[in-house]
Design a protein. Structure first.
Length: 215
């Protein structure tokens, strides 16, 4: 088991994108869930390493699915970066190739909020599932937007994001910046000879024995 904290302080490199690629490519399972407050279509159109990884995953087996969970926006606001159209353009880019493998949850219209937003959905999460078991997750502040996913030039703009990446596999993310803050490995107890997964198994077995006794 591996836990990394990813901090984006500089525009040159998106460790969030690297984590997303690692999750889609290297974690076990047939389902990828991608949840975001905003999706931008240029992420699939222009970010080759990420879109190639999604292509690779979906084309490997018809059993592989991608589930997109996004906020619905009531209608087109006519602007070039309209959130409503960007979300459906993102969906369309994947559905054009893999219609039956793309599942969309556009959280349905609820109370109309300010800015014409149809609902307050704003969770940023990625999961990989093997059957019903989660095998990896990224939980964070990064949306699936160019701001968070692109590498920008030194003078580019990025928001300062923080994402937590947890996986049962050993995560290996290299930073070209060699920035000590960009990827922090969390070791829960480096004196302990057991892995976190073994400790979780032990805790689970102990709880299960107690429950079985009560029964
Ligand atoms: Zn629009």
């Amino acid at each position: 088991m591996s836990i990394k904290i990813l901090l984006r302080m500089r525009p040159e490199e998106s460790m969030y994108r690297k984590a997303l690629i690692d999750l889609v490519k290297n974690a076990r399972g047939n389902y990828v869930v991608l949840s975001s407050g905003y999706f931008q279509s240029n992420v699939v159109a222009m970010v080759n390493d990420l879109s190639n990884t999604i292509d690779y995953f979906l084309s490997a087996s018809m059993k592989n699915k991608i589930i997109l969970v996004g906020a619905d926006f009531i209608s087109c606001d006519g602007k070039t970066d309209c959130n409503h159209c960007e979300f459906y353009n993102f969906v369309q880019a994947l559905e054009n190739k893999y219609a039956s493998q793309v599942i969309v949850y556009d959280v349905p219209n609820m109370t109309k909020l300010k800015k014409g937003r149809a609902n307050p959905w704003h969770a940023k999460m990625a999961f990989k599932f093997d059957g019903n078991s989660p095998t990896a997750t990224i939980i964070g502040s990064s949306n699936v937007t160019s701001s968070a996913v692109f590498d920008w030039g030194t003078n580019g703009f990025c928001k300062h994001e923080c994402d937590l990446y947890i996986s049962e596999h050993d995560i290996s993310l290299s930073s070209s910046l060699e920035d000590p803050l960009s990827c922090i490995s969390v070791i829960l107890d480096d004196q302990n000879p057991y892995t976190e997964k073994q400790l979780l198994e032990t805790a689970y077995q102990e709880i299960k024995e107690v429950i079985d006794e009560i029964k």
